[in-house]
Design a protein around this ligand. Structure first.
Ligand code: NDP
Length: 328
């Protein structure tokens, strides 16, 4: 089967040439192990961090090894009594068409009501991230205004829809008129500001007439800096991601004083450190997805060979919704 390894660490932006496709043989299973044919590979912004050697909350991706990644697929052989051939599972089998995992590192999923791919998005890590940052960190009340950046993306799209369910005014920030139209008309946000239109400060002010009580920050840079100018007293910032700076470009922060003047709470979080919230989060998310009350959109790249270009695209906004790779 084919796998993609990290061939070289990027300097600045990720290049397609940082990766190398290889063909390898599957080894024999040991007791407790399961062989999975991956149908979907999830591409996520954290992968940019793993490609570097800089100190982080996680160890760097090793060179010449299968690139890390979440996958969804079907069991093709099993030496764990809990898994049978044909079971649908998610795991961390990486950028590969097949993989072997210990049974306890796999999650069996029900594809009868929720599509397999959605367990990598709205009913998976990005959905749980949105749920946790909103409910456990920002904790908005009905009537408050919340702002979420990268609003058309995997995490942001869930944040705004959940905030609407809490009775908040949900305002998105996204790149381009098409994404903004989707955020308002399909996802039901109250407003969406296109930061590429060139009037971010004025447009965000118009979209938040009562100021901002909660921020779910996915981008950083000019976007977060501008949002700080709209904060109300005792606002909360759930700092989820800073994608605008992942390639190492310096990021402006001129409005730091807003944190002091408005007595803001700013709290970062890393969702993998909170495995205990998954059951409660998924108990909320899965039925909403199954009932069509939590909408999502996917950008699908075809085949493992297209994964590097799709990751480059994700890190520059070419994706529209959850970025996946379909492995035929
Ligand atoms: P998305 O589906 O939102 O895709 C990334 C989006 O980020 C792009 O579509 C683009 O949207 C925007 N973007 C990319 N580059 C830039 C840039 N240079 N400047 C401004 N915007 C940019 O990805 P996810 O939903 O998976 O992730 C969203 C954020 O959440 C990321 O920052 C990620 O690191 C973070 N995250 C954090 C977790 C945690 O535990 N803390 C867990 C999961 C995700 P647009 O076209 O609108 O600009």
């Amino acid at each position: 089967y084919q796998r993609m390894v990290l061939a070289a660490r990027p300097r600045g932006a990720v290049q397609v040439g940082n990766f190398r496709l290889e063909t390898v043989e599957a080894r024999a299973l040991e007791d407790g192990e399961v062989l999975v044919r991956n149908e979907w590979l999830s591409l996520d912004p954290y992968m940019r961090g793993r490609m570097s050697e800089a100190k982080s909350y996680a160890v760097p991706q090793a060179l010449d090894e299968t690139m890390i990644g979440a996958t969804a697929g079907y069991v093709v052989a099993s030496r764990d009594a809990h898994f049978a051939v044909g079971d649908a599972v998610t795991g961390m089998l990486g950028w590969a068409e097949m993989g072997i995992a210990a049974g306890d590192a796999l999650r069996k999923v029900d594809t009868a009501r929720v599509a397999l791919s959605a367990y990598l998005g709205v009913a998976g890590m990005p959905g749980v991230t949105a749920w946790y940052g909103l409910h456990e960190i920002m904790r908005p009340r009905a009537g408050e205004t919340i702002v979420v950046s990268a609003a058309a993306g995997a995490v942001g799209s869930v944040v705004g829809q959940l905030a609407k369910r809490l009775g908040c005014r949900a305002v998105g920030i996204a790149g381009g008129p098409e994404k903004c139209r989707y955020v308002v008309e399909e996802l039901g946000f109250d407003a969406c500001v296109d930061y590429k239109a060139g009037n971010l400060k004025a447009d965000l002010k118009a979209a938040t007439p009562d100021g901002v009580d909660g921020v779910f920050e996915n981008v950083g840079g000019v976007i977060f800096d501008t949002t700080l100018t709209r904060m109300n007293a005792f606002g909360r910032v759930a700092l989820c991601g800073l994608i605008a700076g992942y390639n190492g470009d310096p990021q402006p922060l001129h409005n730091l004083k807003s944190i002091l003047l408005n007595r803001l709470t700013v709290r970062g979080f890393i969702i993998t450190e909170h495995p205990e919230v998954w059951p409660a989060a998924l108990a909320d998310l899965e039925p909403l997805v199954a009932a069509g009350q939590l909408k999502y959109r996917e950008s699908i790249a075809d085949g493992l060979a297209s994964a590097p270009a799709a990751l480059v695209g994700l890190l520059s906004g070419a994706n529209f919704g959850k970025q996946l790779v379909h492995l035929p």
